[in-house]
Design a protein around this ligand. Structure first.
Ligand code: S3P
Length: 173
């Protein structure tokens, strides 16, 4: 089984909840990149964007991502929705020591989730609900190029977390 599992995908696709479940089932460490950045900076992602700006966040995100994926630890890592899209981070998804999975969801599904929980996500917090869907559609289109560097793609549409986790575990053998 691959030692380093990395989940990528748009905000709201379920990376964290799926990663936590796989971590429990397989007994491997669960890491969440956003949480690691928050701890290192002693700021929430929201305040980090506000106080230091997105460029600073992307730099820290890149440095910590590279440090984690180049380590010899065993883990399942939930990345941020933008992680593969900056600083050539996407190339790590193809690294031979990494098993990367793109959790693919539709614009409608992402919209339905994000409309309920956009407040703590700085990129979408200030959007009106009627602007959100178009934003997601354009943004997802731009980002899919990077997500597709993952070694596997799982369509998560309408599937329970247990099923998504099991599909990924089945790919690990
Ligand atoms: C971001 C997604 C967030 C977080 C930050 C930026 C993005 O993570 O890293 O707000 O660029 O899509 P989630 O995908 O866990 O919401």
């Amino acid at each position: 089984m691959s030692k380093k599992i990395v989940l990528v995908g748009y905000m709201g696709c379920g990376k964290s909840v799926v990663a936590k479940m796989i971590s429990q089932i397989k007994g491997i460490d669960y890491l969440e990149l956003d949480k690691i950045i928050e701890e290192k900076e002693s700021l929430s992602i929201k305040d980090l964007f506000k106080n230091k700006g997105e460029l600073y966040f992307r730099k820290q995100e890149h440095l910590l991502f590279a440090e984690i994926v180049s380590s010899n630890r065993n883990f399942i890592l939930s990345t941020g929705g933008g992680t593969p899209c900056y600083y050539n981070n996407h190339l790590w998804l193809q690294n031979e020591s990494v098993f990367s999975v793109y959790l693919k969801s539709s614009v409608q599904n992402l919209f339905d989730r994000l409309i309920l929980e956009k407040a703590h996500r700085p990129l979408i917090a200030s959007l009106q609900n009627d602007e959100l869907k178009e934003f997601i559609a354009k943004h997802l289109f731009e980002r899919e190029y990077y997500y597709r560097f993952a070694k596997a793609t799982i369509n998560v549409e309408g599937k329970p977390v247990t099923q998504i986790a099991q599909e990924i575990i089945d790919l690990l053998t």
